[in-house]
Design a protein around this ligand. Sequence first.
Ligand SMILES: [Zn+2]
Length: 333
Amino acid sequence: MRRRPSVYRLATVSALGLLLSSLLLRLSADSATARAAPAPVTSTPLQPRQSMPLVPLVQRQSLTEHQPAAVRHVVIISEDGMRPDLIYGQQKMIWHEQLYRNGSFSWKARTIRTASTLPSHASMLSGVDVDQHGLTWNTWLKTRGFIRVPTIFQAAGESGLKTAAFVGKPKLRHIMPAGTVDVFARPGYYCKKVSDEAARYIEREKPELLFVHFSDPDEAGHADGWMTASYRKAALAADACLGTIYRALQQANILDDTLVIVSADHGGHARGHSGALPSDREIPWIASGPGVRRGYHIRSAVSTMDTAATALAALGLSPLTRISGRPVSEIFQ
Ligand SMILES: [Zn+2]
């Protein structure tokens, strides 16, 4: 197993070994692949990206480095408490629309029955339900320890890939103990600081697996109610933060190599999300990237545990243990 850094670092990866391994990986990739020119920054974000090569997931595992258009990076963005019906029908969310019009989407994906932030994110990033990952609580409790199963960060790290997580809520650290992810950072509570910090990291380090967490919708939902004016405003803030990440991927010239997955940990109604109503458990699930069908409405049922499985499969990796999630292979051409 590759030795992992023993301390959390905010944004600086200084270990020589990491730099060298990253450089070697990238040199190998760059020399082996005649990449298409990066998509230009467009002033009209609803325009689809051009000439995206297509690679079906079922063949992904057998791809060699000489074939272009394989997914080389995965970015998972979780918008805490974001209801899908807000994204597609209630107000203009230009960056979300950019993604789902150029990608595949489900507005009926579901999180686990324990529809709260920490257990749900643990399932999203491990691919198993609460009974296996063990994170049954929903606050930062230092004495309770960490997730009991390997996460996607460990699977990626053991293959030498660079991993990072930028979050708005410190409790998510229960999912990512030191040594399982290269960088764990909590730049601030709201997504502006989180996305700005993550964007700088993307441009500098070009991580292969990145998780970014936006708190804003959930905060407004608990304070003023889901689907209220305040909640809608918070969702627009999250949309802008999504744009920050998207532009950083463009700036880093890795957008065309990146599978972007946007989802949520739960929905909500009134001022909470007990899991009692469908609106508590229904989450958006949007994927966009190389080989992903465009403007495609996913027909199969999507679980939040499928996010872990899809991310690993897209990177050509296997889970370190048996997981419940399955790759959403329907999204690939
Ligand atoms: Zn939450």
